[in-house]
Design a protein around this ligand. Structure first.
Ligand SMILES: Cc1ncc(COP(=O)(O)O)c(C=O)c1O
Length: 473
């Protein structure tokens, strides 16, 4: 970058045109037949293909654009038609435009003054999403994902249990116990670590053969905790478990929590989107009684990472009481007539990114009807592929598919354990960029998990390697 370096950082129409031209070329190439989900290289080779060392002297615009192209070329394309690996992905114009707009205005959501549009949209969406769950007076904040939403649930529960913990900490308290299912997400353990209750104080309650928490076992554990002189203060149910997409029986769990006066949080990071569908919403019956929930829009609502809403039921003041801090006049202004809209008091962050534009734009473009079709179609896709796999002599389903995941594995062959073949197959598919599907391990058995989150995908190209091909991998 030369003499007038300040001027050369301006965002000009030429720079934008050049960027979008490259993005458009990339997107077109990625949709072409036989394109790859990832152009994968091991780290040493990748480091040779592109240097991640920063220069002493600034680089030219062209060199920066070369690097942008390399970023596109060597990254995993989670919007690719053959990406079925994680619980996110897809690429849709309203969400992308919302995302880019948020970057253009790049502000922080802590005061209405700093983020007027985003604040109104976020408020609206918290009310809408909480309302879909049947929450009364839903309040809350967007968070950095389901993991942090589960942490927020635990923080709120601690405050509801004993508000003095906010100022005095956990010292002198009898040990506190949080209860979740065996199939729940590992972020509950991180929440137990971060809140200071301790990872061992997170008890894992058994699930039934469908992967749903067993309410009687939960109740027994709560009673045992009390007999042991500990205090059960938090139950974290799951609506849509990570691997199987199972929905815990929320009604029964809620009943137990009420009887035992324990905070009832629902991790609906994955399954919250079922609330958008008349056909599926019955799976979450009972969520209306929960005390808090988290719902990731970056999972089954097709918006780019990160977009996640944490919500509290019935007690609009609780979150502010639990995490709000006083005396920050350089951000919050007492004279501001709209300070009741300041959302920073509800968050554990200071600077907080605008994750709301992208969801709002998607919802605007799709409408409630469109999102309902979206979710129903994804479930339809999973059912369709599960039916194909069930009838395939080379593969077997590990679990029946009931939501948007399909768990399966190659039928073990002579001379090979199923695990070897499964691992080699997964590795080959991912490294060759042919198909990205996740690998799971349970009781020593390795299997694969496909996730269907993008109803615009064309499944006619979906094909798994035949048994004869496995040995060549
Ligand atoms: C059930 C469940 N809860 C929580 C999370 C964590 O969500 P995030 O990645 O948004 O933190 C996941 C992630 O896959 C999940 O499947």
């Amino acid at each position: 970058m030369t003499a007038d370096w300040r001027h050369s950082l301006s965002v000009t129409p030429e720079i934008l045109a050049s960027f979008f031209e490259r993005v458009a070329r990339y997107l077109e190439a990625q949709q072409a037949p036989h394109s790859r989900v990832v152009d994968y290289y091991p780290p040493s080779q990748l480091a040779e293909l592109l240097s991640v060392q920063l220069p002493r002297d600034g680089a030219s615009v062209d060199t920066v654009f070369d690097m942008i192209e390399a970023c596109l070329r060597y990254s995993v394309d989670t919007g690719h038609p053959q990406f079925f690996n994680q619980l996110f992905g897809g690429r849709h114009w309203p969400a992308l435009l919302g995302e880019w707009t948020a970057s253009v205005v790049s502000t922080s959501l802590y005061t209405y003054e700093m983020a007027p549009v985003a604040t109104l949209m976020e408020r609206y969406l918290i009310e809408k999403m909480g309302g879909l769950a049947g929450f009364q007076h839903p309040s809350g904040t967007f968070v950095t994902g389901g993991s942090n939403g589960n942490l927020m649930g635990m923080v709120a529960a601690l405050h509801a249990h004993n508000p003095a913990i906010k100022t005095r900490g956990l010292g002198g308290q009898p040990p506190l116990i949080a209860l979740v299912s065996e199939d729940s997400h590992f972020s509950y353990e991180k929440a137990a670590i971060a809140t200071g209750i301790g990872g061992h104080q997170l008890w894992r309650v058994p699930v039934d053969s469908d992967g749903r928490l067993i309410p009687e076992a939960l109740h027994d554990s709560i009673r045992r905790a009390r007999r042991d002189g500990t205090i059960p203060f938090f139950v974290g149910a799951t609506a849509g478990t990570t691997i199987r997409g199972a929905f815990d029986p929320l009604e029964s769990i809620g009943h137990i929590c009420r009887t035992e006066s324990v905070w009832f949080h629902v991790d609906a990071s994955f399954g919250g989107s079922a609330l958008l569908s008349r056909q599926l919403r019955s799976r979450l019956v009972g969520i209306e009684d929960a005390d808090s929930m988290v719902w990731d829009a970056h999972k089954l609502m097709g918006v780019p990472l990160i977009c996640s809403a944490f919500m509290i039921n019935r007690r609009p003041e609780l979150l502010r009481d639990a995490v709000g801090t006083d005396g920050i006049p350089y951000i919050y202004h007492d004279y501001d007539a709209h300070r009741d809209l300041d959302s920073g008091h509800l968050s554990l962050q200071c600077g907080r990114r605008n994750d709301v534009f992208k969801l709002w734009m998607m919802w605007m473009a799709l409408g409630d009807e469109g999102y309902e079709r979206w979710v129903d179609t994804c479930v339809g896709h999973a059912t369709q592929v599960a039916t194909i796999i069930a009838a395939d002599p080379d593969y077997e389903l590990v679990y029946p598919s009931d939501f948007v995941t399909v768990c399966f594995r190659p039928v073990p062959g002579a001379g090979n354990t199923g695990n070897q073949i499964t691992e080699r197959l997964r590795d080959h598919l991912a490294r060759s960029g042919t198909l990205m599907v996740n690998q799971c391990v349970e009781h020593g058995m390795v299997y694969l998990r496909l996730v269907f989150l993008d109803p615009t995908r064309d499944l006619s190209e979906f094909r798994l390697p035949r048994r004869e091909e496995w040995h060549a991998l």
